[in-house]
Design a protein around this ligand. Structure first.
Ligand SMILES: [Cu+2]
Length: 565
């Protein structure tokens, strides 16, 4: 017993607290030469990198200095074990932080690896509020395999702000639901960047897609990459010349520098234009960078990438964790797009568009009578609720009935991808061959007219969103809510006072079922099931709605978006 106490004391003293004070505000930036307002932190953009060690306490004090928009931060890929109030999505784990509001996130850095943080508030992060989150582990299995680390974010980029584009995307005049195409492509929120390279050294490159919509194909000229981790999970080494990085995904790769510094090399990130529906003109479909061995020779001028990437489904986790057997609970998500009563194209899961509920879903869990907490009814049909019991082996089946591919993300876990069908293959019926040692990650690309299946153990009680990571589709309602052992949250979690305060400012109730009813918990009258007509993103004061959408100013905005249908 004494021995255990000493161990606990040791780990307690070794873990540090890493504190960030963030004033979130608008700044001007021209990452590709085009100047626009972006959401930065402490007057800076690109946003800073969060760095900590595994087990550290990360504290982020947020002040919303945006004036015109609400906000909120999610720490993508962090499990938030025991800290379910800190996961970030507005309307699920917290209320939106109003302008002038303060809000503190406090959680344990876990697991280690490459992550990112971003706004999880009403389609906001593509306006710039996103950055890398790196958790180091001194015991990392690849710790001795490289000399230096580099971080590289990839992103599609837009010249207009989300609150301008969202109402044009979710609009009867765009009844086919064509997503606004990006104007540009960025690497480290810039273009033509350079990495100074020392001959002979081996580098760990953390590639993080912080984009909004399209996948990115990344390649380094004449430097083979060795994948060592995906979405933070170490994998057995796999060599490739390119990687395909869906929105939200991370690839950690090693590359070894040439022995001599006689020339310099390209790298390229190219957006997957097959995902773009309309006929758009894209100013910069590629972003370039350079490995600079020697500043004297000129940077290379021409490079023809091969773009033959590895299938991430074939990667094998380093710990060889076998497939979880005997599924206790299967969740089937049939996803599609359909038009609502306004002829607006919306996403549906099993026929239901995700709609934010009146009480944030976690707060419903924490205020519900114990007898009702496992009943999905109280969370509102509009939240697409799925309740699972503690320690169940859960299988999630995504059947993609849409004609596009979608990068699906689940908060709170790195799950086992046990099956992924190729484009236009029969949906999952349980008879298809599965992976014996499945790759684990937190975002998986689900192919057009095909299924993907993942499994996890429900050992992390919390309320976690399951959603396509394309921010357009999040706003179109392509989301479900996982209530993972909500009975274990009651009595274990309390809502911090500053979190309650922002709800008060926001006039959001924090007690009751999805409809805000705390008298009759099974009466869901008033719980939203239909998406609101207008979506102006995080804007606090939307323009006078109907008038604006039919005004000449709106038509001009539409024309400016080249070839908008
Ligand atoms: Cu999607």
């Amino acid at each position: 017993m004494k021995y255990l106490c000493v161990l606990a004391w040791l780990s307690a003293t070794l873990a540090a607290t890493v504190t960030y004070n963030w004033d979130i505000n608008w700044v001007e930036a021209a990452p590709d030469g085009f100047k626009r307002p972006v959401i930065g932190i402490n007057g800076q953009w690109p946003c800073p990198t969060i760095e900590a060690n595994l087990g550290d306490t990360i504290i982020v004090h947020v002040y919303n200095g945006l004036v015109n928009e609400t906000t909120g931060i999610h720490f993508h890929g962090q499990t938030q074990t025991g800290t379910g109030t800190m996961d970030g999505p507005s309307g699920v784990n917290q209320c939106s932080i109003p302008p002038g509001g303060t809000f503190t996130y406090n959680f344990t850095a876990n697991p280690a690896g490459s992550f990112w943080y971003h706004s999880h508030n009403k389609g906001q992060y593509p306006d710039g509020l996103r950055g890398p989150l790196i958790i180091h582990d001194p015991k990392d299995v690849y710790a001795g395999s490289y000399d230096e680390e580099l971080t590289l974010t990839l992103s599609d980029w837009y010249y207009k702000q989300m609150p301008v584009m969202l109402p044009l995307y979710l609009n009867p005049d765009n009844s086919a639901g064509v997503e606004p195409a990006p104007n540009s492509t960025l690497v480290n929120d810039s273009q033509n960047i350079t990495f100074a390279i020392t001959p002979g050294k081996t580098y760990r490159l953390r590639v993080i897609s912080v984009g909004n919509f399209v996948g990115q194909i990344f390649e380094v000229e004449d430097h083979e990459m060795t994948i060592i981790a995906v979405d933070s999970v170490p994998v057995h080494q796999a060599s490739t010349s390119s990687i395909y990085v869906s929105v939200g995904q991370r690839f950690d790769v090693l590359f070894t520098a040439k022995p001599t510094a006689t020339k310099n090399y390209f790298f390229i990130s190219s957006i997957d234009q097959s995902m773009i529906g309309g006929d758009f003109e894209i100013t910069y479909p590629n972003a370039y960078g350079y490995l600079v061995y020697n500043p004297k020779p000129p940077l290379p001028a021409v490079y023809q990438p091969t773009f033959s990437w590895i299938d991430d489904f074939t990667l094998v986790p380093y710990d060889n964790e076998p497939i979880l057997g005997t599924v206790d609970h299967q969740i089937v998500i049939n996803m599609n797009f359909t038009n609502d009563a306004y002829d607006i194209n919306r996403a549906v899961i099993n026929g239901q568009t995700y709609v934010t509920q009146i009480v944030p879903s976690l707060y419903t869990v924490l205020s519900a009578p114990a007898v009702d907490v496992m009943n999905p009814l109280i969370y509102g049909n509009g939240s697409n609720p799925f309740v699972v019991q503690y320690d169940q082996v859960v299988e999630i089946v995504i059947n993609n009935y849409d004609t596009g591919s979608h990068p699906w993300y689940m908060h709170g876990h790195q799950f086992q991808v046990v099956y992924r069908g190729a484009m236009d293959t029969p949906f999952w019926d349980g008879t298809q061959p599965v992976s014996a040692i499945p790759v684990r990650r937190d975002v998986v690309m689900v192919n057009t007219m095909a299924s993907a299946v993942w499994r996890f153990k429900a050992n992390n009680p919390g309320v976690f969103l399951i959603h396509c990571h394309i921010e357009w589709h999040v706003e179109a309602g392509l989301q479900a809510t996982l209530f993972e052992a909500p009975d274990h949250l009651q009595g274990a979690l309390t809502i911090p006072a500053d979190h309650l305060k922002v709800c008060k400012t926001d006039n959001t109730p924090t007690v009751g079922n999805a409809a805000g009813n705390s008298k009759n918990w099974l009466d869901l009258a008033g719980a939203p099931v239909v998406a609101p007509r207008y979506d102006y993103g995080s804007l606090v004061t939307p323009p006078a709605t109907a008038k604006m959408l039919r005004s000449r100013a709106d038509m001009r905005a539409r024309q400016e978006m080249s070839s908008w249908p």
